[in-house]
Ligand binder design. Sequence first.
Ligand SMILES: O=c1[nH]c(=O)c2ncn([C@@H]3O[C@H](COP(=O)(O)OP(=O)(O)OP(=O)(O)O)[C@@H](O)[C@H]3O)c2[nH]1
Ligand SMILES: [Mg+2]
Length: 197
Amino acid sequence: MENTIVVATKNAGKVKEFQNMLHPKGFSVLSLLDYEEIEDVEETGTTFEENAKLKAETICEVLQTPVIADDSGLEVDALGGEPGVYSARYAGEEKDDNKNIDKLLQELEGVGNREARFVCALAVAIPDKPSAVFRGTCEGEIAHERRGTNGFGYDPVFYLPEKKKTMAELEKEEKNLISHRAAALRHLQETLSLRDL
Ligand SMILES: O=c1[nH]c(=O)c2ncn([C@@H]3O[C@H](COP(=O)(O)OP(=O)(O)OP(=O)(O)O)[C@@H](O)[C@H]3O)c2[nH]1
Ligand SMILES: [Mg+2]
């Protein structure tokens, strides 16, 4: 397992981004897509941090190896911070990105304030050690319609005014420099060495 990091997620979009961010640093990335027998961890927390810790600690306990977990989502100011920790299941249990975007655009119909942010809590769990959690955010606005095909989730409607593009119009390298996930990973690295994992 040398230079391998396990990310406790079944979200293929997240897995790709962690691979693209960690491969250049000399790590290979495994995820729960490589351990199909492991069931989803129930996200019973009320914050991104609680859910990230829950996922990291549960999978660390099962695999007895260091694990990182990402709990993330979209906070929209005009919706009082929703969908927040419920971002994946905003339009139903099937976690359908397209339906989630449709619902978001409906909720914001006629709403002037489009300010929003992506939030990522990244938790690290190491056997027999206290876990740690780091937060990264990325500020933007909710567009009126979809643009772009890169990324996943709400990326086609997450508009970055300074880039004049949606997140889904950015190349993956560009997203991985400015995203909430990249920011959380930077914070983790300021405190911990990935080589300790
Ligand atoms: O456009 C987006 N670009 C992103 O970069 C991004 N990051 C998160 N999200 C949204 O937030 C949910 C996370 O929920 P979440 O952390 O519970 O993950 P998940 O349930 O998909 O997988 P898991 O990691 O729990 O197994 C995701 O499904 C997405 O809807 C994003 N949307
Ligand atoms: Mg989830």
